[in-house]
Design a protein around this ligand. Sequence first.
Ligand SMILES: [Zn+2]
Length: 289
Amino acid sequence: MINLSVYKYSSISFLEMVVQSKKKGRNENIPYYKDRIKLLVPFLEKSYQKYDAAFIVGRLCDLSAVSNINLNEKEDLLKLYNYSSKPFINLKNALISLPNNRELNTCQYCTINDVNTLDHIMPKENFPEFVVHPKNLIPVCSQCNSFKSNKWLKNGNFEFLNLYLHILPIQQFLFVNVNYSNSTFDIKFFLKNKNGIDSVFFNIIENHYNNLKLLERFNSKSNEIVSEFENSIAGSLTKLSLEDALECSKATIDLERIRLGFNHYENVLKLELCKGEAFRQYFNLKGYK
Ligand SMILES: [Zn+2]
């Protein structure tokens, strides 16, 4: 999991681009949707200024839902968002691009699936005025998006990490227990604040992982990762001793941390396999020392 770069252009000009992209339908009743939404633009601009001001100081939690939107207006606002339309595809592409013309097309909420939608950080049902605010949109996978649903704050605490605003710690908070017995690996991921992360922040991490069922999702991917890693180690055992092969892999994992973040579940698991007893037992039983 890594922090993502924030949309760098004006949020109001993105809104204008979205409004501009709407067409007047031939069979539409008057007043046209495009004309109705244009009437809401001054209100949206004011809301955007409030969002941007709160974003700069990292206080989105201070924004309260506006009460003066009627149901028809809410419906019109929600219709502004359409993931498959050009402004949103362009936005998604901008948000997943990294320096050196690289892309990170993996959902950073889970680091498992490919990105295939945008999540509304502040839920669009409760905050329809921010339905197309580019800093309120984050590229994710549809599985995370459906687990997240309309959750946002609970008793004043964030239910999810905001990957634009919450700077991810370099301390390890995701761990894994690996045991090898009866020819099978038993693998269980867990969260623990062993390295002094601020307790309020660690609570947000726990909420994020629990709400998105990440530990279960990591556990169910773990056999696949072990098999792949087992093959890569076995490949190097033609030239290297088991200890040297594990040392080399540790060095690779260290480099991967820069690219994928310090608590990427695959790296956490591979590192535990390199350091712990389970993998050694498995290879020793196969005759490697
Ligand atoms: Zn995801």
